[in-house]
Design a protein around this ligand. Sequence first.
Ligand SMILES: CC(C)(COP(=O)(O)OP(=O)(O)OC[C@H]1O[C@@H](n2cnc3c(N)ncnc32)[C@H](O)[C@@H]1OP(=O)(O)O)[C@@H](O)C(=O)NCCC(=O)NCCS
Length: 398
Amino acid sequence: MSNDPNVDIRHVDAEEWHSLSVLLHGYAFGESPTAPDQSDSWREGEKYREDNTRLAAFVKGEPAAAVVGMPMRQNLRGLVVPMLGVSGVATHPAARRQGHVRKLLTQLHGELRDSGHVTSTLYPFSESFYERFGYVGFPKARSIRLRTDGLQPLLKRELPGEITFHRIGAAFDEYYAATELLLGERHGFGRRGRKSAQQLGDDDKEWLVFARHEGEVVGVFRYRTLGHGATIAGREFLYRTPVGRALLLQWLARHLEFDSFTFTLPPDDRPDVWYTDLAYADETRIQAPSMSAPMGRVLSVPGLSGMSAGSASITVKIDDDPFVGGTWTLSGTGGVLDVKEGGTPSAQLTSHGLAALVYGVLDPVDLPLRGYGEVSNEAAATLRTLFPAATPFLFEQF
Ligand SMILES: CC(C)(COP(=O)(O)OP(=O)(O)OC[C@H]1O[C@@H](n2cnc3c(N)ncnc32)[C@H](O)[C@@H]1OP(=O)(O)O)[C@@H](O)C(=O)NCCC(=O)NCCS
């Protein structure tokens, strides 16, 4: 795909990926030179990722740059669509700023769009870098440290339902099924495939509790204990109903010998109103390159058909984007989005502008201020009805 005869861009298999990854990803993301035991554990991990699309650029036969596409699914305002998770973006220091990653990412997006992926998400080392590729920023999931104080009254509260306690390895199938329910219910929720997710169960390094009510899993929490008097280090505090949340909190209240509990919450959750006298600190940090909020973009406009939408219709022109460029008429009919090509445009959007509206993260009047389009007040009112504000919660980390 490259015009330079010295540069070869091609797919690589898991074994070749492993050897170039030790060089490129070890250098970019790890402590390097990579130790042999680390390299062995990476090779072991690759067996869970058979479905990945691995693309690399070679200069005169030597690995220069790589990107990987992970097939996932994502909830877009109630519609679950195939989503590309972009990861492993790295160029050898000697080959940087020569356009390798631009070519690799463009090819990856194109191939995965052609195989049916409607959206793409990633965790950026720099937002402005991926803004060049049409991505818009999401709000970041909240990192909460909940104090033990204040939880005691919950111990005496009679709650419907029950908690069951497991090691993740023994209950992985049920855990995966519970996250599938959340995928169907929560806007922005991204989920990797079963095989890729299975590594968590096989590693078996976490406790898992389910909140159960009326025959359904209504809350899920994974964690490790870090020692007496220390912290319970949790992952995402996931619940589907208020009963699920109360049951999980009551479980935490049985751990008053710990100092605090840490976990992640969707950006719009409000522990301040969960219960009387709760005390917590919000430890959310946004700091490039390793503590960034995720970003997302749309790869296929027709693929948005079927997501929920308000009752309005508008034609938009999207410039300068190889995947979503064109003129599109977007109509919310019966609560569902219908997409048709063509029409007379009354607003102009960039790829970011479209993604910001679809994910619900920016108001239409923000778009001109960010350089994401030209939108009159009248068009903004229509777009606001069609795509009401929403808060995506990506969940998957990759
Ligand atoms: C970031 C990185 C992948 C860029 O790779 P690269 O092959 O040098 O990128 P390219 O030459 O294809 O540059 C693509 C575009 O980004 C710009 N760019 C490159 N590096 C950049 C940087 N560090 N910050 C901001 N913009 C950058 C280029 O100017 C170019 O812009 P243009 O195409 O609009 O002119 C590479 O520097 C790297 O491996 N960094 C360390 C690992 C890392 O952080 N990876 C990203 C993980 S999310």
